[in-house]
Ligand binder design. Structure first.
Ligand code: NAD
Length: 480
């Protein structure tokens, strides 16, 4: 028996709302439809925006500490629902059940911490000839648009940032993975005041309507670069604020002094976790020529030992690619790598199953000019690239339009830090890759994004600064 009801509704003004139209949601492990999702109309978007606008009046005046309590009550509900909702997340997204459960729990832990960060104003200066305070106020209605790789984490981050800072939200998930997000709206109905969080499912056109909607004050978008550019263009009509978390082509640079078995484990999972469908996954591995062969062998051995299959099957470590279009993109990159003369250390062929399964694929012998090196595969395939000088490896790592994150692997931590600082990215790690921490701002450099999420910096992206300059307090020392 299923652990969730198969009824899916939008949430508008705290109420369950259905639509006349609907669309099919596919289980990527079987390539078959398993549920129907309501398809919101433009009028329903208008209703959601109007509800969010009405709720904003009161919500913005609710003290931040109290809003933090609401956010943590929502986190508690997420935690309590993890076991019940994880099978739904697995069925629509494909990830193993344990990873789906942990996605709920990690989201809850994350926003518990985020919602305790002090977002109050600051005194810039006092005394002398004036007093200058920095005040921050919420922006209004935030439109949140999310992709299909981490439907829960990414939606929950946006909800928490927006409502903790006093905004109200209209949230739209990817049409590939809308169902768990609709359940988030259902959970919030009993916790947040009506209108504070509205959740609508629909196609790409719903995202486009949101980006151009005059009643939305900010778009917080996570997804691909091409869509991010469309969002930015539409948002310009009303000068909406925009945060864009986009794609990456993260490089890991492995120095010759590493402990190969240990580094191989961490690098493998940095590349292949969630079947490589992570914006900040390792997507290029640069290995010094002295350890190129043993590192390739170690990575390939882990790949071969990794269990790939339906996320519902016990012991499965990697599920399918999430959708047919992405499966075709990854297979096209693999075919191109084969034509370019790449040597397949592991994988290379889809599994003979009905779903979208590609085993972890490691390709050696490619370099600049190959599609697999230049493009973001967003799937379980990664090139291994030989280098001689670390300066050259850094130049190659930086020679891309992307700039999300990157990592240096070495036992010489001091040198690792110095090299990491030369990566032209939003986040650079030494001997790790891909973690997230609510206290650390996360955002992309170059074509990987604009703005930040997490930490005070990320929360401020959901607020408007007002500088208040006034005469000094009478007790302040006089200006000289
Ligand atoms: P996508 O851009 O195709 O879709 C993302 C969302 O945008 C979906 O909800 C979609 O319906 C919506 N959308 C589509 N067209 C739109 C339009 N014209 N206007 C507004 N919204 C529109 O991306 P995807 O394939 O779902 O996700 C994969 C991409 O997301 C990868 O490039 C990945 O790197 C990136 N990503 C980035 C981060 C990050 O934090 N930087 C995190 C996860 C994923």
């Amino acid at each position: 028996m299923r652990a969730f009801t198969m009824e899916f509704t939008h949430t508008i003004n705290g109420l369950a709302v259905s639509s006349e139209g609907d669309f099919e949601v596919i289980d990527p492990a079987t390539a078959r439809g398993f549920a129907r999702c309501p398809d919101a109309t433009r009028e329903q978007l208008d209703q959601a925006v109007a509800a969010a606008r009405r709720a904003f009046g009161q919500w913005r005046r609710t003290p931040a500490a109290e809003r933090g309590e609401y956010v943590r009550a929502f986190a508690a509900a997420l935690r309590a629902s993890a076991t019940r909702l994880a099978p739904l997340l697995t069925q629509e997204q494909g990830k193993p059940l344990a990873a789906a459960t942990s996605e709920f729990l990690r989201s809850a832990d994350h926003i518990d911490v985020l919602s305790t960060i002090d977002i109050g104003g600051e005194l810039l200066r006092s005394g002398g000839r004036d007093k200058v305070e920095l005040h921050y106020r919420p922006l209004g209605v935030v439109g949140a648009i999310t992709p299909w790789n981490f439907p829960v984490v990414l939606a929950v981050w946006k909800i928490a940032h927006a409502i903790y800072t006093g905004n109200t939200v209209v949230l739209k998930p990817s049409p590939y993975t809308p169902l768990t997000t609709l359940k988030l709206g259902e959970l919030a109905r009993g916790i947040l005041p009506p209108g504070v969080l509205n959740v609508l499912a629909g196609g790409n056109d719903l995202g486009a309507w949101m980006s151009e909607h005059p009643g939305i004050d900010k778009i917080s978008f996570t997804g691909s670069g091409p869509t991010g550019k469309k969002v930015l263009r539409s948002a310009s009509s009303s000068l909406k604020r925009v945060t864009l978390e986009l794609g990456g082509n993260d490089a890991a640079i492995v120095l010759p002094d590493v402990d190969i078995p240990k580094a191989a484990q961490d690098i493998f999972w940095g590349a292949f976790n969630n079947s490589g469908q992570i914006c900040k996954a390792i997507k290029r591995i640069y290995v010094h020529e002295d350890i190129y062969a043993p590192m390739g062998n170690a990575l390939a051995a882990i790949a071969r030992a990794t269990k790939v299959g339906s996320g519902m099957e016990p012991g499965v470590q990697l599920g399918p690619v999430q959708n047919r279009a992405q499966f075709d993109i990854v297979n096209a990159l693999i075919d191109d790598a084969r034509r370019q003369g790449g040597e397949f250390l592991s994988g290379g062929e889809p599994l003979p199953l009905p779903g979208y399964f590609i085993p972890p694929t490691i390709v050696s012998g490619l370099g600049k000019g190959s599609r697999l090196v230049e493009e973001e595969p967003f799937g379980p395939v990664v090139p291994l690239i030989r280098y001689v000088s670390v300066d050259d490896a850094l130049d190659q790592a930086n020679d891309t339009a992307f700039g999300l994150s990157g990592s240096i692997w070495t036992v010489d931590i001091e040198q690792g830090r110095a090299l990491a600082a030369r990566l032209e990215v939003g986040t650079a790690w030494v001997n790790q890759h891909g973690g997230s921490d609510p206290h650390l701002p996360f955002g992309g450099a170059k074509a990987s994004g604009m703005g930040h999420e997490n930490a005070l910096l990320g929360l401020r992206d959901y607020m408007q600064l007002s500088v208040v300059q006034s005469p000094p307090d009478p007790s302040a020392p006089a200006a000289k």
